[in-house]
Design a protein. Sequence first.
Length: 151
Amino acid sequence: MGEMMIFWMVLLILCIGIEVLTLGLTTIWFAGGALVAILASLLHAPIFVQIILFFVVSLLMLFFTRPIAVKYFNRDRVKTNVESMVGRQAIVTGEIDNLKAAGQVTVSGQEWTARSSDDNVRIPAGSVVLVRAVNGVKLIVEPDDQEKPGI
C-alpha cells in the first residue's frame, strides 16, 4: 500500500470517529472526500489529483447534502431549556431598564434576568414581552405589540 493510501485511510477513520463521537454532521463530509481520494489512490492518480478530489468532493457534499441531512437528522431534536425560550412570551416582574442594568421576567414560572433589545426602551412591571434572544443568563426581550389579555 502506498503512503498516500494509508494517509487517506487514517483520515477517513479519524473523520468517521469524530462524527460518531459528536453526531454533529461536521466531519462526515470529509470522510466522503477521503473515500474518493482512496479510490483515486487505488487507480494510481497523482497526489495533486487525490488532494483536489478530496477537497472538491468534501465541499460538494457539505454544500449540497448537509442542509438535507440536518433537516432530517435534527427533526426530533429536543431544544434545551434556553433554546426554547426564544419566541415565547414573558411577564415583566421587575421594570426592565438597560441603563440601570435592571429587569426581571417570568417565563413558565421561571424567573430570568432580562434586558430590553432596545437600550432606549424601559419596560414597566406587568408588561408582556417577547423573548428575542438569550445572552448568557439574560433574556433579551421586546414589548409584545400583540399582547393578549389575561396573560
